[in-house]
Ligand binder design. Structure first.
Ligand SMILES: NC(=O)c1ccc[n+]([C@@H]2O[C@H](COP(=O)([O-])OP(=O)(O)OC[C@H]3O[C@@H](n4cnc5c(N)ncnc54)[C@H](OP(=O)(O)O)[C@@H]3O)[C@@H](O)[C@H]2O)c1
Length: 255
């Protein structure tokens, strides 16, 4: 039987207890990868993702690790746990952990606390994950850094000021990182979804706002998590080596 494209590679997916990260973790597992499922608050949700991957396996192929991506020690612990459990270097880092302000404030109305929280988790978190990955991912082929950003960086909609700024910072950093990783065989890319049906998307939105967003799409609907995971899956494979330093917007033509 031919082996799977990510057979036994080790992948960390931050923020994979639910939403887009969860779907990415399940998809990478279906391609053969062993997984670290990361979360901050809801252990039960993370456990259920790991249980789905470990179903009928004699040795565990997924573990859960509670860690805040904005905490340097937390991010280190993701790599430590992966290396120790799977007795292998980490091959793939996907950073999907993220937050936004569900009040969708204008910049004039964004509190300093909200701005700091968003920058802390989204930009500092992505930086810490990218930094650790740049130092610790497997060299010589198969190393992959994939950071989730947002199509808002291209759409530039009012109400997303701090969030969009945090993601724009990550996109700039990723392009530089790809060049800095010359000679390692590690690629660094961003996947930038448009509106996707998750708790993050629906939180704080009225039915009218959801309908308006649907109407803005050439497909007349919101995207689904399973429309993001195959793109991340492809970037994680050896076939994607020539895609490096890129921002891939996956949004059905929203922007
Ligand atoms: N949904 C969209 O429309 C959309 C569009 C464009 C881009 N994105 C981006 O895609 C990514 C995933 O979004 P989503 O919609 O799947 O979000 P979500 O449904 O709100 O899920 C967020 C995940 O991140 C985790 N998380 C939050 N803060 C964390 C932290 N400090 N450290 C570690 N984990 C943390 C959560 O874990 P706990 O539950 O344990 O807190 C959860 O697993 C985000 O980066 C988001 O900005 C989403």
């Amino acid at each position: 039987m031919a082996s799977l494209p990510l057979q036994d590679r080790v992948a960390i997916v931050t923020g994979s207890s639910r939403g887009i990260g969860r779907e990415i973790a399940l998809h990478l597992a279906s391609l053969g990868a062993r997984l670290v499922i990361n979360y901050t608050s809801n252990a039960n949700q993370a456990d259920s993702v790991a249980a789905e991957i470990n179903n009928n396996q004699t040795t565990p192929r997924a573990i859960t690790v509670r860690a805040d991506v904005s905490d340097p020690d937390g991010v280190k612990s993701l790599f430590d746990s992966a290396e120790k459990t799977f007795n292998s270097p980490v091959h793939i880092l996907v950073n999907s952990a993220g937050v936004l302000d569900a009040e969708y404030p204008t910049i004039a109305n964004t509190s300093v606390e909200s701005f700091d929280r968003i920058i802390n988790v989204n930009a500092r978190g992505a930086f810490l994950c990218a930094k650790e990955a740049a130092n610790r991912l497997k060299r010589g082929g198969g190393g992959r850094i994939i950071l989730l950003t947002s199509s808002q960086v291209a759409a530039l909609k009012p109400g997303f000021g701090a969030y969009t700024a945090s993601k724009a910072a990550v996109e700039a950093m990723t392009k530089i990182l790809a060049k800095e990783l010359k000679g390692t065989g590690i690629t660094a890319n961003c996947v930038a979804p448009g509106p996707i049906a998750t708790e993050m998307f629906f939180h704080g939105k009225t039915e009218e706002t959801v309908k308006k967003t649907e109407e803005e799409s050439p497909f007349g609907r919101i995207g689904e998590t399973k429309e993001i995971s195959p793109v991340v899956g492809f970037l994680a494979t050896d076939s994607a080596e020539w895609v490096n330093g890129q921002i891939i917007r996956v949004n059905g033509g929203y922007v």
